[in-house]
Every structure is written in C-alpha cells, then in structure tokens.
Design a protein around this ligand. Structure first.
Ligand SMILES: *Cc1c(COP(=O)(O)O)cnc(C)c1O
Length: 427
C-alpha cells in the first residue's frame, strides 16, 4: 500500500472533516443534479431544490493514488474501491461484510432466450439478501460520521430491512414505514433487525410524507432513496465491481429493474468515473436498460414520451415490490443515464412476472427475485425486436433473493399420503 503521507501531501481535502481527526478522501464537493449548484461535503446535506445531489471527486488525485493491482489485492468487499467512495481511506465503516457478488453464467436461460453470453450478477448474496445493503452500508456509515443518531425511512420492501440492520450495527435508533401490503418477510425483517416498524395504509410516497412530516417532532434524519447523497455511492460499487470482474471491459447490455433508480444511476456514475480515469480498456459503454412492470412504470412512460421528468403513476400495483415506486425524485437522472448510454426504459407485463421468475430460477438455480425476473421478460422482447444480438454480452442484475417473496412463491405442491400405497408412475 502507498504511504498515506503521499496522499496527504498531494491532496488538499484533508482534515477538514469537522467530527473526525483525519479523513483522507478525494471528494471535492457535492453538486446539485438539477442545476449544478455546489455544496459543501463534510456537513449534513439532503436535497437541493427538491432534487438529489452528486458526490464529486478529484478523479486525477484518485488516479494518482489508486491502481488496479492494489485494488486487486484488497479484501473482496465493496470497500476495496475506497478512494472512489466518500468514506475515503478512513476505516470506520459500518459493515456486515458486503462481499463482492459473483457474475454467474446462464447458458440454459440464455439458450431459451437465444443468447450466447447471458449472465446474472447475483446481488442476492449480500447481507440482508439484496443490493440495498450496499446503499445502506454507505449511507449509514456517512450518517454516523456526521453525528446522526436517529434515522427514518419509507420503504417498498428491502430498503427497510437493510436500513434497520445497518442502523443497529451503527448503534443508531431507526424507524421504518412501509405500505401494509409490503411482502411479509420485509415487514418482519425490519422489526427483527431492531427498527421501530410501522405498517401504513398507503403507498411508499405516503410513507415518505410521514417521514418528512415527522422530521421536526421526531428529530430523525431522512434516509429515503436519493434524499441523502451517499446511497448512490454505495450502489456505485455494483458498477465498479462489474468493471473489475469483466477485466475493465464492460458488457454490451445491462438490464436493471428500476424503482427509485439509485442502482442504475449509481452504476452509470461508476462507469463514467472509470472512463474519466482512463481505467476502461474499451470505449464500449454498455446500453443501460431500465426495466419496470406495466403495473408501475412511470420511467418507461416518460421515456416513451421523450420526457426528462416522469408523471406520478396512478394505482401502482406489482408483486415485484421493489418496482412499486410511483414517484421517483431522481427520475431525470435515470432517464439521462438510459439515454446517454443508448439504452431504453421498458415496461413488461405484470401478469407474467411469476412465470418469468419460475423460468429463470428453475433454469439456472439462481434465486432470482421477481424484480429481476421482469428483466427476463424485457430480454424476450428485445430478442424478438432484434434489438439485442445473439452474441451480445448481456448482464441482468439480480437485485435480491427470491426467498423473501413468499407471496410470489406460494404454490400448491402435490402431496404424498403415507397411508396409501405409493403410485410411482405419478412421481
Ligand atoms: C429496491 C429494489 C429495486 C429497485 O432499485 P432502485 O435502485 O431503487 O431502482 C429492485 N429490486 C429489488 C429487489 C429492490 O429491493
């Protein structure tokens, strides 16, 4: 490892963190995504003009202090890219061991879809069973550094459990508000991981309003999707990891199930930062496909209308609970990323999500969540349209594990009655 003294000499953004002794990081400032206004980093920030913030780095300094060989030798966790993260080289992360997730080849599912190079990046193997762990590990780590002691979140499912787990890990008090028809496992995991957990007779945006309205009275910090700047940075590690696993040459097409959009936005930010640093060995940037269910598809509706901002989606309903986000504050960030990449935002049939889930899980033995099964449907359509070619290198992100969705999995299984002779011909 390089001596930190070198970093300290070269890098001006040192020691300015008010609550810490020394935090060598490469962040220059925060920047409003809507109008470019620059804001100070080492202080609590939320939205600007109601819209999210980017974390901006001195990428030249990162490049001078980080190299691929050093990264390759580090622990295989999301923290191995620390120079490109707001935590910098400081080591007080709040962690449950966020290991690198595997890229699994899918020859059987690929064959069914007429694709030779299909793989799944399996985020279900993270702590709390979904990629939400990456965002929450980072958001809670930064909240802790900033002295926050109480956090609250509205959730459609997995974010609540992840936030509860990391808040507990950090010694913070946490509050989770979710629609009363949130998958049962998500309801209980938040509670078991130590959050004060409430069921609300409304949608996620109603829960969001509760968190906003309670802010003064309850003195909590709002960890809602994109309302603080660091969840994106945590999710960015999906993109950094993918690039490293693909030997710094990115795949042709990435399919991503989209709710609030942090995953897709974060990944696109990662690719751009790597490109700017000259770390990518090919000019080829992937086409990003944002996938939603036609039961809740504000982003694909806006994409089809050629608009940069999405209208609220009425009567949002989908069994893929992570996609049930009728209003996204980062809508324009998702749509900008999709367009810049030459990709698309699509909606697939809600009625087929369970069938696609079964198809993919039984073809590959991967625990594919219904959100990611929607990506299988999208691929079917993209193949029919010949928008993707047989030889394209394609990656579906499996954002979570199927086991959490007992409502989707519920199936009548055949029974064996031991008091009767067994009919082997029927087995
Ligand atoms: C939250 C969630 C999504 C949507 O992710 P965003 O990054 O918010 O768009 C997709 N799948 C699962 C399983 C989720 O929990």
């Amino acid at each position: 490892m390089r001596s930190q003294n070198v970093t300290i000499k070269q890098f001006p953004f040192m020691n300015s963190f008010k609550n810490s002794i020394c935090m060598p990081h490469f962040v220059t400032h925060l920047e409003s995504a809507i109008d470019g206004t620059q804001l100070e980093f080492e202080t609590i920030q939320t939205l600007h003009e109601g819209r999210p913030l980017w974390v901006k780095y001195d990428l030249n300094a990162v490049k001078a202090n980080m190299d691929k060989n050093t990264v390759a030798k580090r622990e295989p966790t999301m923290w191995r890219y620390r120079e490109l993260l707001p935590t910098g080289t400081d080591r007080i992360e709040v962690t449950l061991g966020e290991g690198m997730t595997p890229v699994l080849q899918c020859p059987t599912l690929g064959k069914q879809l007429g694709l030779k190079n299909l793989s799944v990046k399996d985020e279900s193997q993270l702590p709390t069973g979904s990629f939400k762990s990456r965002g929450q590990a980072m958001a809670i780590t930064m909240a802790k550094k900033l002295g926050i002691k109480r956090v609250a979140i509205p959730t459609a499912g997995n974010a609540g459990g992840a936030m509860a787990a990391y808040a507990t890990r950090a010694g913070m008090e946490s509050f989770v508000f979710m629609p009363e028809d949130t998958p049962i496992v998500n309801q209980y995991e938040a509670y078991f991981f130590g959050a004060s957990t409430y069921l609300v007779n409304g949608l996620i945006n109603d829960c969001g309003k509760l968190v906003r309205d309670g802010k003064e009275k309850m003195n909590w910090f709002d960890i809602s999707t994109l309302k603080e700047p660091y969840r994106i940075e945590g999710k960015k590690t999906m993109g950094l990891e993918l690039a490293e696993q693909f030997d710094w040459k990115l795949p042709d097409v990435i399919l991503y199930p989209t709710g609030g959009g942090t995953g897709l936005i974060g990944m696109w930010k990662a690719f751009n930062e790597l490109r700017e640093m000259g770390w990518l060995d090919s000019e080829n940037m992937p086409r990003m496909i944002s996938v939603q269910s036609d039961g809740c598809c504000p982003i694909s509706d806006a994409f089809e209308k050629g608009e940069r901002f999405a209208d609220p989606f009425q009567n949002a309903k989908t069994i893929a609970s992570g996609l049930r986000v009728p209003v996204a504050v980062g809508d324009f960030m998702i749509l900008d990323a999709v367009k810049e990449s030459g990709g698309r935002a699509m909606a697939v049939s809600e009625d087929k999500i369970t069938a696609w889930t079964k198809q993919a899980c039984s073809a590959e033995g991967i625990s594919l969540c219904p959100e990611s099964a929607a990506c299988v449907g999208a691929l079917e359509q993209l193949r029919d349209e010949k928008w993707v070619g047989e030889d394209d290198n394609i990656v579906i992100f499996n954002t979570g594990g199927l086991q959490k969705y007992v409502e989707v999995m519920e199936t009548e299984l055949p029974r064996i009655d031991l008091s009767q002779p067994i009919d082997w011909t029927s087995i």
